[in-house]
Design a protein around this ligand. Structure first.
Ligand code: GLU
Length: 276
């Protein structure tokens, strides 16, 4: 059975791009007689606001989607720590105390997910009391797993290239786990068979495939859809003034009509579908 999910983070209101993403996931499940899940990704404790998660549910209802909600990430922290400890015990994580400034000073190459960790503190003595993040040693991990593949329904079969992202942080200094570790574990725990999300997260899937292999998790398929872009060709973002779904709801707009228009790619003026 096809199981998809929509996994928003409650650190800002949803906008049209999120509505499109939720509809893609919802419809792919429904067309196949499968299940569509909602998972609130509230791992970023300082920035997460429960009232936003409540607004998300109202937004989805307004769009006339139906879903089953699974537990939010904040209830699953123990599973992230357990997985990270298992990776540590296998020598696959190393501690990192670098600050952003130190990493920037090393003039790192910029990868698809931002600066590639330049190895500034690999092998360096740890400073007692300073906060520690834990990074995955990608080369060591790949030496264990060997070459890996994954399938995107749109882009086709992919050779996993997690090295493109460098050694990612899996346990963050201030938060229990990184997005990468949490989302990979949760998708497996929730039985997701088809990970649908925007093409801006395409590169992250290389790493998620590696984590699945290391943690012996089932391997789903992916469906990275194009993004809704504004008139400047950049993906919609609340901070660039894209109206929120909550604002649209409050103004009396018809949610079902909007959902139908998004399905037909009949976007409001100035908005198009493409790569960021
Ligand atoms: N929580 C992530 C976000 O809001 C989405 C993660 C995903 O779909 O994998 O960007």
């Amino acid at each position: 059975m096809i199981v998809t999910r929509f996994a928003p983070s409650p650190n800002g209101h949803l906008h049209l791009g999120h509505a499109y993403s939720a509809i893609v996931a919802h419809d792919l499940a429904r067309e196949a007689g499968g299940r569509f899940l909602l998972r609130v990704e509230d791992i970023d404790g300082a920035r997460s606001r429960p009232e936003l998660a409540a607004a998300f549910r109202q937004d989805l209802k307004w769009l006339c989607l139906t879903w089953q909600e699974v537990p939010a990430q904040s209830t699953r922290l123990a599973s992230y720590l357990e997985a990270a400890e298992a990776l540590k015990a296998r020598g696959l994580l190393y501690p990192c105390q670098c600050t952003r400034a130190e990493i920037a000073a090393a003039k790192p190459a910029i990868g698809p997910e931002g600066p590639i960790y330049p190895g500034t503190c690999k092998g360096r003595e740890l400073t007692p009391d300073a906060r520690i993040a834990w990074r995955l040693d990608v080369q060591r991990a790949l030496a264990i797993t060997g070459p890996l593949e994954w399938v995107d329904q749109i882009a086709g079969s992919q050779q996993a290239r997690p090295e493109l992202l460098g050694d990612p942080v899996l346990l963050r200094k201030d938060e229990p786990a990184s997005y990468h570790l949490a989302v990979t574990l949760d998708d497996a725990a929730d039985g997701i068979t088809l990970i649908t999300r925007g093409a801006d997260l395409f590169a992250a899937s290389h790493l998620h495939r590696l984590l699945q292999a290391l943690l012996e998790l089932p391997v789903p398929e992916w469906h990275h859809h194009d993004l809704l872009l504004d008139e400047t060709g950049r993906k919609l973002a609340k901070r660039r003034g894209s109206p929120s779904l909550a604002d649209r709801r409050a103004s009396g707009e018809d949610g079902l009509l909007l959902a139908e228009q998004l399905r037909l790619h009949a976007f409001p003026s100035g908005i198009s579908l493409g790569k960021d």
